[in-house]
Design a protein around this ligand. Structure first.
Ligand SMILES: [Zn+2]
Length: 265
């Protein structure tokens, strides 16, 4: 069994044929999918999708691109309640910092990121992090929340769609986080990323599509969908020097270790 640890089934490109998308994932051996909200207004939709499909789980959060949008104000209590009130809400995110696009003032990005990190720690679910050209601030915020006193549980999480260099990989691993690879690792020009992926221990790797974006080779240019995670896993297996079956087993096992609210088969 494979897992797509990060997709966006509520985005229009996938929502238009969501039953077909889930069916094709099933046929490709993808047994669990986490559909990740990027805005508050999407939370109801991702929860609705979890009710429609047994293998679909959800994360709720606010992406840094939307952190200053009207209606996106979020509190630790809101996030905790969303996790507590629904057994299929299994993570918090998509959270993080994006200084590449800088759509949102950095101070706002950081405060909304911090709220989500605190909520993840309080709720005992993983924090799903998007980090782009914001390595040192990402690590600083995660470390501050991870080391803060007064919590019952550790902070856990994943650096999603990992596409940075060895420094962030090491910092993430040192914090106990998982690194999740998407289709970028299959791209022709991604030799540097493949070199980083080769160094990530097999017990800290996850796979994802980040669909509808970033379709892996040979599907580039098409709308990405969760079924394609099989292709990314196959390429990662080659990088790690293990069989595709072994890579699938390890990443799926890692998924259940991290997303502890998702029942294993
Ligand atoms: Zn995403």
């Amino acid at each position: 069994m494979l897992v797509d640890s990060h997709c966006h089934l509520a985005f229009p490109e996938l929502a238009a044929d969501v039953a077909g998308v889930v069916e094709r994932a099933r046929a490709a051996g993808v047994g669990r999918l986490v559909t990740v909200a990027t805005r508050r207004v999407e939370w109801d939709e991702v929860r609705r999708l979890t009710a429609l499909f047994p293998e679909v789980y959800a994360a709720v959060g606010v992406h840094p691109h939307h952190a200053a949008d009207a209606g996106e104000a979020v509190t630790v209590e809101d996030l905790e309640a969303a996790v507590r009130d629904n057994p299929k809400v299994v993570g918090i995110g998509e959270s993080g910092l994006d200084y590449f696009y800088d759509f949102t003032p950095r101070a706002v990005q950081e405060s909304v990121f911090r709220v989500q990190a605190i909520a993840a720690r309080r709720a005992g679910v993983p924090l799903i992090i998007h980090s782009r050209e914001a390595e040192s601030d990402t690590v600083r915020v995660v470390r501050e929340v991870a080391e803060a006193p007064g919590f019952d549980r550790p902070l856990t999480g994943v650096l999603h769609c990992f596409s940075a260099g060895p420094a962030l990989a090491k910092a993430g691993l040192d914090l106990g986080f998982f690194l999740s690879f998407a289709g970028i690792v299959t791209f022709k020009k991604a030799d540097a990323l493949r070199t980083v992926a080769a160094t990530v221990p097999l017990d800290r790797l996850l796979v994802e599509t980040d669909s509808p974006y970033l379709a892996p080779v040979p599907y580039r240019g098409k709308t990405c969908e969760p079924a394609y995670v099989a292709r990314t896993a196959e390429v990662l297996a080659g990088i790690k020097g293990v069989s595709p079956a072994e890579l699938a087993a390890r990443t799926t096992n890692n998924f259940f270790r991290l997303f502890t609210k998702v029942p294993p088969p």
